[in-house]
Design a protein around this ligand. Structure first.
Ligand SMILES: Cc1cc2nc3c(=O)[nH]c(=O)nc-3n(C[C@H](O)[C@H](O)[C@H](O)COP(=O)(O)O)c2cc1C
Length: 300
């Protein structure tokens, strides 16, 4: 039988499938349907130093080929996550990736510094799509020099492997990937949502501006993975519109060492276990011993 196990940041994961941050609550919510330990690793909701209440409703909007969300980074804060939710992952022996953010460089640094290394923590994932309050609200992830600087500061604050999660809202994502790598990132997650808006025709209003996710994002994400995995020698985790096994395979072949699934879970909460089973069958049907054999195969 083909193996889905992967080595990532010095840890062995039973498979390369994870949830995308912010789309599987605190992990406990999916329990009535399937266990978080089904995945190679669970990715936390974006966490910050202080708790955030998030935005008023409407926060989500369904589009024809995706969805728009403006949750406003609602979360319980780092401290409460570790005191209240982390024991659940310890009990399940489920590896986790801690997604975090800040509104200033100092907040990113204290967040990372406040997370103690643990056997189950595979890596920290920095969400670089956040607005920098000190720079007029421009996102940290939009300029190579800002990405380099913030990744370097966070890198110095922690021993835990560091993943930079990039926004696609840039001219040249490979350049941003290089800046993150040179700043000290151990891996990249590609991509976050794209800015979008909705018009309510009846009310003649824009009820929601937020981040676009889902199938409409897939080709953009595949291109980012393809370009960045050629640009830098660190693992790339692919995210954006993965709905089924075929989509997942496209990301591995484009160069992703692991994948994250977000919006698809809202459509079918069993998408992740189905994709894991689908990848196992694909390996067997194609006489492929190891998922790593197809990673970046399109580069040749
Ligand atoms: C409801 C919702 C909440 C999200 N929250 C976060 C978050 O807290 N931090 C983050 O880095 N990305 C967040 N994202 C982005 C996803 O992790 C992912 O990068 C993006 O949705 C693309 O994947 P998908 O098309 O499979 O959903 C969120 C996405 C959605 C739909």
């Amino acid at each position: 039988m083909g193996s889905l196990a992967v080595e990532l940041f010095g840890k062995r994961l039973k498979n390369p499938v994870m949830n995308a941050s912010g789309t599987l609550g605190y992990g406990v919510e999916i329990e009535p349907l399937w266990g978080v330990e089904t995945m190679g690793a669970y990715v936390t909701k974006g966490l910050s130093i202080k708790p955030h209440h998030g935005n008023p409703t409407p926060r989500v909007w369904e589009e024809r080929y995706g969805m728009i969300n403006s949750i406003g980074l609602q979360n319980v804060g780092i401290e409460r996550f570790f005191s209240h939710y982390f024991p659940f992952f310890e009990e399940k022996k489920c590896p986790i990736i801690v997604n975090f953010f800040g509104f200033s460089e100092e907040e990113y640094v204290s967040c990372a510094a406040g997370i103690r290394p643990h056997d189950l923590i595979v890596a920290l994932e920095m969400n670089l799509s956040c607005p920098n309050i000190k720079k007029g609200g421009i996102s940290f992830g939009k300029e190579a020099s800002a990405v380099h600087a913030i990744v370097r500061s966070v890198r110095e604050a922690t021993r835990i492997p560091l993943i930079a999660k990039l926004t696609p809202e840039v001219k040249n994502i490979a350049e941003i990937a290089r800046a993150a790598y040179e700043g000290g990132a151990d891996g990249l997650t590609l991509i976050n949502t794209m800015p979008a808006a909705v018009v309510d025709i009846g009310r003649r209003k824009v009820p929601l501006k937020g981040g676009l996710s889902g199938p409409i994002l897939k080709p953009v994400a595949v291109r980012a993975v393809h370009e960045c995995s050629k640009e830098v020698p660190i693992p790339v985790i692919g995210a954006g519109g993965i709905m089924d096994t075929q989509d997942a395979l496209a990301f591995f072949m484009a160069g992703a060492r692991a994948i994250q699934i977000g919006t698809a879970t809202f459509v079918d909460p069993f998408t992740m276990p189905k994709i894991i089973a689908g990848l196992e069958s694909w390996l067997d049907d194609n006489g492929c011993a190891d998922i790593s054999a197809i990673v970046g195969i399109t580069h040749e």
